[in-house]
Design a protein. Structure first.
Length: 456
């Protein structure tokens, strides 16, 4: 039985975007006969919200080892809230101990807490175990250095993170056995940045569709009151980050909604979880643009994060669902698949030649309006959006754009399909390694396997 150690500092009951790929893949890993251990952080004061219902989705056969981490009650005085930095020494010790006591065939890093990813190379040197990295976001991003980009947030924290990335990204990638990326643009950037990287095995895997999660969300919807208010308007609900890179698409959207503000049945839009900041520090993103277009009464925003399953429930309650692109063409929204699977009329606003545009043209399932990142409110983009909105208001249950190619979708983008592709990568990594001695198996009995705290 092949054995896999997954490093994912965020893990249920914490709800964070960077652990969703692992969480959705775990049932399929177990069903395929893999023995899986997840190394996570035992964070008693997480920045991300808690969602205990997500524990229902973790197979009992998966052993979860939780490494302690420094409390934010102390580290906040140093200005440090980052989970990767707070857990690093304890995660390093716990992982090294696991690798010394058990035979693992592959270590898989699937996280945006990049400060822990260099442990892969350290453990490879110490324990001769290959490691795979899942690049869900750019590690060393050049977004804020591009012409016309906004000022980077975070002050000295941003500068520190960028300096750390410059120092450790190349060093870590030089020995990686395989790189998985959600976007081919990220691989192209790495090839340009490090000529030696071109010989590194790479695969582009998008996030899988949350088929089982939608079943759980529908069950919750039947048992609990609705999240959206009972008003006569058409409703759009959008849950997720609204960063400065998404403001051009948002401006175009609100300009289109303004054209319908005096209709007998206007379109209201509800934004949730638009900021990653704590609830008491989160600032609204949409207020200024809503006022600019004269529809402040139709735009509602709650910046604080909401639960993942509640975000799926919002899709199921919406009359019209929405996909917003970024002026970063490489951006691959993880919400594409749940939005399309919700089965509601959908509008996608995507910069021309972006990953989002390519994905909608490939899959269908949404009416597509493309715009230039330099001039998002150009006449053609606005006309196309108004056409889609008129089509929706005349036939509110009819699909917009080409129908979703469900057979192709299930074969290529379901959670099961993405998990199978990950397992093929792991199998290839294992077969490429020379045989090494097998240490004695010192795992605890099965009854003690799940949710094991790491001794520190």
């Amino acid at each position: 039985m092949p054995r896999l150690l997954i490093v994912s500092p965020h893990f249920p009951p914490v709800n964070a975007p960077d652990m969703q790929r692992v969480r959705m893949s775990l049932p399929h890993f177990v069903e395929a006969g893999w023995d899986v251990v997840v190394l996570a952080a035992d964070d008693r004061e997480p920045m991300a919200p808690l969602e205990p219902d997500l524990l229902e989705t973790i197979p009992a056969a998966v052993r979860v080892v939780r490494a302690r981490c420094l409390s934010r009650r102390w580290t906040r005085w140093l200005g440090v809230n980052n989970l990767g930095l707070r857990v690093w020494p304890f995660l390093a010790a716990a992982g090294s101990r696991l690798l010394a006591e058990n035979r693992f065939d592959v270590v898989y890093f699937s996280t945006t807490q990049f400060s822990v990813v260099p442990l892969g190379r350290l453990w490879r040197w110490k324990h001769s175990v290959p490691y795979v990295i899942d690049l869900q976001d750019p590690w060393l991003s050049d977004y804020y250095s591009q012409p016309g980009a906004p000022r980077p947030p975070g002050g000295w924290k941003y500068r520190f993170a960028r300096a750390q990335a410059r120092l450790l990204e190349g060093w870590t990638l030089r020995k990686v056995a395989h790189l998985i990326s959600v976007s081919g643009h990220y691989v192209t950037t790495l090839n340009q940045r490090y000529p030696w990287f071109r010989s590194t095995p790479c695969s582009v895997l998008t996030f899988g569709a949350p088929d089982r999660d939608l079943i759980l969300a529908r069950r919750k919807a039947e048992q609990q009151p609705p999240l959206l208010p009972n008003t006569p308007s058409f409703k759009i609900a959008y849950a997720g980050r609204l960063g400065p890179d998404m403001l051009p698409a948002l401006d175009l959207l609100l300009a289109g909604l303004a054209a319908h503000r005096d209709a007998p049945r206007p379109i209201e839009i509800f934004f949730y979880g638009t900021s990653y900041a704590p609830a008491d520090q989160a600032a609204p993103t949409t207020a200024a643009l809503a006022a600019k277009h004269g529809i402040a009464h139709l735009v509602h925003e709650s910046p604080a994060r909401i639960g993942y399953l509640d975000s799926l429930r919002l899709l199921l309650e919406s009359d019209l669902t929405l996909l917003l692109g970024s002026d970063d063409a490489a951006y691959s929204p993880s919400k594409v698949y749940p939005t399309l699977l919700a089965g509601k009329p959908t509008i996608a606003l995507a910069p021309a030649q972006s990953v989002l545009e390519q994905k909608i043209r490939e899959l269908g399932g949404a009416g597509l309006a493309t715009f230039s990142a330099d001039a998002p409110s150009d006449a053609a983009a606005r006309a196309r959006l108004l056409e889609l909105l008129a089509q929706f208001t005349q036939s509110p249950t009819a699909p917009l754009g080409a129908p979703l190619g469900r057979d192709w979708f299930d074969r290529e983008y379901s959670a099961a399909a993405i998990a199978a592709k990950q397992l093929r990568i792991f199998a290839d990594v294992i077969s490429a390694q020379s045989p090494r001695p097998t240490p004695p198996d010192r795992r605890p009995p099965n009854g003690l396997a799940n949710q094991t705290p790491a001794a520190t």
